[in-house]
Ligand binder design. Structure first.
Ligand SMILES: Nc1ncnc2c1ncn2[C@@H]1O[C@H](COP(=O)(O)OP(=O)(O)OP(=O)(O)O)[C@@H](O)[C@H]1O
Length: 267
């Protein structure tokens, strides 16, 4: 499995104060490769285009230029269902990414039914298996999202994301809304699933500490571009670009101030 993002561009229309519309380029010729079982972190300031890049990768939006290839096949063009089931996403806002009127069993049934012909009892069995994989159990099937803690609901979202046995998951600020102690648990779960299911992650975040915990590589992203890429986390301290250094220093300060060093694996 290999995901290749080739020279991808994305434009949006921005409305000016005069009422006129202007084209702005948010992603400006990004290329990256994600190999099997790899976790690539994407870190950058707010508004730099990280989530837009994530949406292009999962196919929620089409690039204006460039390609996203999974094993050589273009994900942005493909109607190939098998290809689509190989890529999945977990968002930061777990409350709005599930339908509040759906019970957990309905949330999990959706992706299961989408790609495979399965009967009710098979769906239930698969749903229980998924809940167990993310550290929950059968008792959660009949619960509504508001009856779950943030950490539990994000686990359900992760269960939904792995339901189709994807090869790639885009994690867009997936742990940012959780308490720090819960963040560590969810990161550990993600590491475990990655190893068990041979999944690759694209981990979009503001949080360098979380990146050092889970990622093998990190991309520093600014104004729609890759400013620097570190391919071996051991070299993180030796970044060359001022922007990367600034983000590293900000993370260091936050760790000192807020005790987040608890989740630091590489310091
Ligand atoms: N659908 C859209 N239409 C117009 N502009 C958009 C759209 N989506 C995003 N943008 C703009 O693109 C820019 C990048 O947004 P994006 O959410 O990708 O950044 P980000 O790096 O993920 O930010 P954050 O870290 O704050 O989530 C922002 O200026 C945003 O306003």
């Amino acid at each position: 499995m290999e995901l290749k993002v080739n020279n991808v561009y994305k434009n949006y229309k921005k409305t000016l104060s005069t009422g006129k519309k202007e084209k702005v380029t948010i992603v400006k010729g990004v290329s990256l490769t994600v190999k099997e079982k790899e976790c690539i972190g994407i870190i950058g300031e707010s508004g730099s285009g990280k989530s837009t890049l994530g949406r292009l990768i999962i196919g929620f939006e089409k690039p204006d230029k460039g390609t996203v290839l999974l094993n050589g096949e273009d994900l942005t063009q493909s109607k190939n269902r098998v290809l689509k089931k190989n890529i999945s996403v977990v968002f930061q806002d777990y409350t709005s990414s599930v339908n509040p009127r759906f019970k957990v069993k309905n949330i999990l049934a959706e992706p299961i039914k989408k790609f495979d012909k399965v009967n009710k009892s098979e769906i239930k069995k698969k749903s229980i298996g998924l809940l167990e994989k993310v550290g929950l159990n059968e008792n959660f099937l009949e619960r509504y999202p508001h009856e779950l803690s943030g950490g539990q609901l994000q686990r359900v979202c992760i269960a939904r994301a792995i339901a189709t046995n994807p090869k790639i998951i885009v994690l867009d600020e997936a742990i940012s809304s959780l308490d720090v102690s819960i963040q560590v648990q969810v990161l550990d779960l993600l590491i475990q699933l990655k190893n068990e299911m041979d999944i690759s992650y694209i981990f979009i975040t503001h949080d360098l500490t979380a990146i050092t915990y889970i990622c093998d590589q990190v991309i520093f992203f600014k104004e729609g571009n890759i400013v620097e890429q570190v391919n071996d986390m051991k070299n993180l301290k030796n970044v060359k670009e001022a922007y990367s250094k600034e983000l590293l220093n900000a993370a260091k300060k936050m760790n000192e101030g807020e005790g987040l060093h608890d989740i630091q694996r590489i310091s």
